[in-house]
Design a protein around this ligand. Structure first.
Ligand SMILES: CC(=O)[C@@H](O)[C@H](O)COP(=O)(O)O
Ligand SMILES: NCC(=O)COP(=O)(O)O
Length: 238
């Protein structure tokens, strides 16, 4: 069964826009879990444009399902935060400081030794590790040598191509997941997954341990309500 982890970055974006505490991020996280989320994901970026480091400490005390923290481990403050909080999972993403959002996976061939060094402290702390990768077989194969527990397949290209040619859009992901499974890696996926493209993705990419979804889900919640939206996404993952 594929687990749904709800990324609440955009709840923090809305909260920060007025400088107060509305919406209350912690309460929304608890409600997401109550509505059916099987995990909570956050991506505390160095500029704290949405999720703040203080939010991560507060969420650790509140979250009852799986807590997944995403970020760039080349930022020492991120590593310190994750080792202090000890979430169930850390997802390593190679985002540069000024990126508007995540838009590529690691070059696991060029950065194989670096990733081994970056992953080791998290594993020693008992935190499951996942690294953000593009659906390229060579990158998946090199990821397996880093010691990571899982990969997260970067799915924006799939989402972009899905409307015109779903079968072609998902092909690379099918192959990447098959190879990753052969290599003993767990398989997560995320970025721009939505109500429109999620079921087809899950039907064709297996095994698929977890999807983390934020932007489209929160946008859908504006129309369908948060509880109904989480249930709609869960039903896509049957
Ligand atoms: C890693 C990834 O694809 C997303 O989880 C990322 O966290 C989105 O970040 P923003 O919410 O800042 O766009
Ligand atoms: N790792 C992907 C994630 O957490 C959410 O990405 P998005 O759904 O906001 O694009």
């Amino acid at each position: 069964m594929t687990r749904l982890s709800v990324n609440i970055n955009k709840i923090a974006t809305l909260r920060n826009s007025r400088g107060g505490n509305n919406p209350d991020l912690i309460q929304v996280a608890l409600d997401c879990e109550r509505f059916g989320a099987q995990g909570i994901t956050v991506h505390p970026r160095p500029d704290e444009r949405h999720i703040r480091y203080a939010d991560v400490y507060a969420l650790k005390k509140a979250v009852k399902t799986e807590f997944n923290i995403e970020g760039n481990p080349l930022e020492a403050s991120f590593v310190e935060l994750v080792l202090a909080v000890k979430p169930e999972q850390v997802t390593l993403v190679p985002d540069a400081l000024g990126q508007i959002t995540s838009n590529h996976g690691w070059d696991t061939i060029q950065h194989q030794e670096l990733l081994k060094r970056l992953i080791a402290p998290f594993k020693e702390a008992g935190i499951r590790t996942s690294i953000f990768v593009d659906p390229v077989l060579e990158m998946v194969e090199a990821a397996a040598t880093t010691g990571t527990d899982r990969i997260e397949l970067y799915t924006e290209p799939y989402a972009n191509d899905f409307p015109t040619n779903p079968t072609q859009a998902v092909a690379a992901y099918r192959k990447a997941a098959f190879r990753a499974h052969q290599l003993g890696l767990g398989i997560n996926a995320g970025h721009d997954l939505s109500l429109e493209n999620l079921a087809f993705f899950q039907a064709n990419v297996n095994p698929l341990d977890e999807v983390s979804i934020g932007h489209a889900l929160i946008c859908d919640a504006l129309y369908y309500g948060l509880e109904n939206t989480i249930q709609l996404y869960r039903r896509q993952l049957k």
